[in-house]
Design a protein around this ligand. Structure first.
Ligand code: NAD
Length: 471
């Protein structure tokens, strides 16, 4: 059985488990679960040395109940049809949970990006974008990709440019892809959005005294011992925000190995060391672990897998010591491991909710692209003027003069980044409570993952019911 097939089964099992708690018609549930379109293409590219290589690439659109569809593009050696379908389905449930008005999609090319030069990657990305355009699998109102494993804003800029060249004159062309560089229509705060969203979501979950008491933990992030697997886009930013939020990072793992320090690792120092030595092993103030997987089993309060799917399995789940597992990666826990963690009373904050920060800010970027104006541009100075006049009035009434630094702080008008972070914080906090309520309603029978899936299914089902069937 391939890794991809199992991952698709994993997502579908989570869906089936949650559907059993709902009262929706079985055919409606079957319709929601099924992936609507899968596009496969193979194309040749020329390597720098003149050799020709054949690429295999996919794009899956899981649900069209809301358009456009939305989801990342990954460059990884084990991408296949089932994997993109599983990830596309997760995107549908994720968007529903955080009220982002998109259906789910996902794409990928089966390559190890590290084995290609930048020029080769550009040729691969642009040809993939060209194939997507030809088959109507990309467009601001159709399907809007974003980065995922092995891709970043660089690839998104190439995609946006390829699309714009092919659809010259299309006014909203820049909305065809998100997480672009700022100068290419991107939005401030997108790069760190997923990691920041993980931080906001966990901060909210650990603020609830009743739930923390059940785990034998105090409320708040301060002093919580955290282990993070993967220091890519999501893992690095999550690590940074947790450290800034007062948590103690006691373990970090990457593809080359893992390190620990029960008194805490400094994330920036580890990153700087890794950049120089191309490995985090040996970073100052750390002890190297025998195997990179050992980090998952370190003594800690919060474990954050932020690398790849299927990292917590029935083999290592019995040895996980964390009380809270935070699925920053997509699908890091197998269903068998999930059952073991459930029996052991581990609180699992699942991927569909906790890593939704990226798609939330991608939605803000798409709205910005369609509006053709930067958030904050119209009101920032106006707000500052209004606050300033208010301070002057307070000074007149009280006779007290504000210092220049107080004036700066109190009259600050919202910039694009302030608005994005505020919208993200609001989204992650307000999305958590309906999930928790369903979890509590089922009196512990359905865990948090299932509760999240129930909330998502209810929302998607409501859309399908209102839409009816065409023709
Ligand atoms: P990335 O490629 O930037 O980072 C992944 C990191 O994990 C890399 O640094 C890689 O070296 C490391 N890694 C790979 N195998 C490992 C292993 N066995 N042990 C430890 N480290 C390992 O990718 P990313 O964008 O950070 O995505 C990570 C996960 O988060 C994926 O599951 C992705 O689908 C999910 N995700 C990403 C976003 C986003 O906005 N980028 C949003 C939602 C979910």
């Amino acid at each position: 059985m391939s890794l991809g097939t199992s991952f698709l089964e994993q997502v579908n099992q989570a869906f089936d488990r949650a559907s059993a708690y709902t009262r929706h018609d079985p055919t409606l549930l079957a319709n929601i679960k099924a992936c609507k379109n899968v596009f496969y293409t193979s194309f040749p590219i020329k390597r720098d040395d003149g050799r020709i290589e054949v690429m295999h690439a996919w794009r899956a659109e899981h649900s069209h109940h809301k358009l456009p569809t939305k989801g990342g593009i990954r460059f990884a050696p084990d991408v296949d049809s089932e994997e993109v379908q599983a990830l596309a389905a997760l995107m549908t449930y994720k968007c529903a949970l955080v009220d982002v008005p998109f259906g789910g999609a996902k794409g990928g090319i089966r390559i190890n990006a590290k084995q290609y030069s930048v020029n080769e990657l550009e040729r691969i990305t642009r040809r993939y974008a060209f194939e997507l355009v030809r088959k109507n699998f990309i467009g601001p109102g159709l399907d809007v990709p974003a980065p995922d494993v092995g891709t970043s804003s660089r690839e998104m800029a190439w995609i946006a440019d390829t699309y714009s060249q092919l659809r010259s004159g299309e006014l909203d062309a820049l909305g065809c892809v998100t997480a672009k560089p700022i100068s290419q229509g991107g939005i401030r705060g997108r790069t760190e959005a997923t990691g920041r969203g993980v931080f906001y979501g966990v901060r909210e979950a650990v603020s609830i005294a009743e739930d923390m008491k059940a785990l034998g933990l105090s409320t708040g992030l301060a002093g919580k011992r955290v282990v993070i697997q993967g220091l890519g886009n999501v893992g690095y930013h999550a690590a940074k925000f947790f450290q800034e939020g007062g948590a103690v990072i006691v373990g970090l793992s990457e593809s080359e190995g893992a390190i620990a320090n029960p008194r805490g690792l400094d994330v920036e120092a580890v990153m700087a060391y890794r950049k120089e030595k191309r490995s985090l092993v040996g970073a100052p103030g750390s002890t190297a672990l025998a195997r990179r997987e050992d980090a998952l089993e370190l003594d800690c309060d919060i474990l954050i897998p932020a690398a790849l799917e299927r990292q917590i399995t029935q083999e290592n789940a019995p040895r996980i010591k964390a009380k809270i597992l935070v699925e920053a990666a997509n699908g890091p826990t197998t269903p068998e491991a999930d059952d073991i963690l459930d029996q052991r009373g581990v609180m699992v904050i699942s991927d569909a909710y906790i890593n939704a920060g990226g798609v939330t800010v991608s939605y803000f970027e798409w709205v910005k692209n369609l509006g053709h104006v930067r958030f904050g541009r119209m009101q920032k100075r106006f707000e500052e003027g209004a606050y300033y006049r208010l301070l002057e009035a307070v000074e007149d009434v009280t006779g007290r003069k504000f210092t220049p630094s107080e004036i700066d702080r109190l009259t600050h008008g919202a910039s694009e980044e302030d608005l994005v972070n505020s919208g993200l914080e609001e989204t992650m906090i307000s999305a958590y409570h309906p999930i928790r309520e369903v979890w509590k309603q089922h009196g512990g029978k359905a865990n948090l993952r299932t509760a999240g899936m129930i909330v998502a299914i209810d929302k998607v089902a409501a859309s399908y019911e209102q839409l009816g069937i065409f023709p």
